[in-house]
Design a binder for this molecule. Structure first.
Ligand SMILES: [Ca+2]
Ligand SMILES: [Ca+2]
Length: 399
């Protein structure tokens, strides 16, 4: 996984960093990109104001008439905030052109008839951002929770779709905030976690060690080197436990793949990765996302890139938790050779004229197959619910 070390973009990587002091802007800085703008056939602005006084802008984008569904998707960007399009600036993208993954996802949803709700998580009068597109006056995590709550309320107030017809799609810490919204709104119909971050308490180093050992064990047992363990090969693993719980063949292909094996390895040694005396709530007072989803049985799709080693751990353990609680509708998808942005990555130092070395690689844009998978998953849930409850109308005028 590439590491980025500028305030705004670091936010995209899901890692908090202290704000740097503002400095004069040299003339050689890359120009700010404006992004693709509103994508709906109808676009309805929303605004909300935080307790601290910051004003935030967003919009509801509505598909062309004739293809509208009475369902919306609320996009929650990563880190401590992103712009409305989840922009990755040119300097950090593989192609050398800015990428707009939030807009890409929004467009794919609009094409399938979904209403899209998204907002600019950078404050309206953020002067640091105005003078340097790589930077923002980042709020604290508690404020980010507040913003997500206020945004949902502002979107609902427009009454475009019924209150409980709003799916959530969150990237990284945006996934954590989606978990908070689900805790407070248990009737929301489903959530997509893109590299969801901090979903449950755990001993990270111990979990990573188990995952490494599981990979070694898997490789040794896979004697025909097809990347899967058949019944004979399973007998050769260290954790073959005929009396205990066998590895679960989640994708039902008759073999155990490395991810199924890793989840099994975590399952049989919980005393190692469980955090002792972990509180049922995080330090912000919210339930852990894995617990919320398990309790409400919220349909969930989790997607992570195999290079995104930190958040792969949260995916494995959340999947294990949901499996053990008999959750009726969870799916995981791990994409080989993609990183935290669910995009390809290339290694190499990235040097910025003002900030110096800011990253050890470039990424993006999001892989189309990941977008397709997320949209199809939401579509299937919306259609299933429609079959159950009948159709609803949409009020695109916003009145
Ligand atoms: Ca094999
Ligand atoms: Ca399998």
């Amino acid at each position: 996984m590439i590491a980025i070390s500028v305030s705004l973009l670091l936010a995209a990587a899901g890692v908090a960093q202290a704000a740097e002091p503002a400095a004069a802007t040299p003339a050689t800085l890359p120009a700010a990109d404006s992004g693709p703008g509103p994508l709906g056939a109808v676009n309805i602005p929303i605004t909300f104001e935080s307790q601290a006084g910051g004003i935030y802008d967003g919009r509801i984008e509505i598909p062309a008439e004739g293809r509208r569904r009475p369902w919306a998707v609320l996009l929650l960007g990563g880190g401590l905030g992103t712009d409305i399009d989840w922009q990755l600036p040119a300097i950090l993208s593989i192609s050398g052109q800015a990428t707009y993954d939030g807009a890409t996802i929004a467009k794919a949803l609009l094409d399938e008839g979904f209403v899209v709700m998204r907002w600019q998580a950078i404050r309206r009068d953020d002067s640091r951002h105005a003078e340097d597109p790589l930077m923002m006056d980042a709020p604290g995590m508690a404020q980010c929770f507040e913003h997500a709550r206020l945004a949902l309320a502002a979107f609902r107030a427009k009454k475009i779709v019924p209150d409980d017809h709003i799916f959530l799609l969150g990237h990284s810490l945006g996934g954590r905030r989606a978990g908070m919204l689900l805790e407070e709104n248990p009737k929301l119909p489903g959530v997509v976690m893109m590299a969801g971050a901090h979903l449950l308490p755990l001993n990270v180093q111990a979990a990573k060690q188990i995952i490494r050992d599981a990979a070694d064990d898997f490789q040794k047992a896979d004697t025909d080197e097809d990347g899967l363990l058949n019944a004979d090969e399973l007998q050769r693993t260290k954790q073959a436990s005929p009396a205990g719980s066998p590895a679960v063949d989640s994708d039902r292909d008759g073999r155990i793949n490395i991810h199924e094996w890793t989840i099994h390895s975590l399952k049989v040694q919980p005393e190692k990765w469980r955090k002792k005396n972990a509180a049922p709530r995080d330090k912000y007072g919210h339930m852990w996302t894995a617990d919320v989803v398990a309790e409400h049985k919220t349909p969930i799709l989790m997607v992570v890139g195999s290079l995104d080693r930190r958040w792969l751990v949260d995916l494995y353990l959340t999947a294990l938790r949901l499996e053990q609680t008999g959750h009726p509708d969870f799916e995981i998808e791990i994409y080989e050779n993609l990183g935290h942005q669910l995009a390809k990555e290339v290694a190499g130092d990235v040097t910025h004229p003002k900030h110096g070395l800011i990253a050890d690689g470039r990424a993006g844009p999001i892989e189309p197959k990941v977008v397709r998978r997320m949209v199809d998953w939401i579509k299937a849930r919306a259609e299933r619910l429609k079959a159950r409850h009948g159709s609803d109308t949409i009020r695109p005028s916003g009145t």
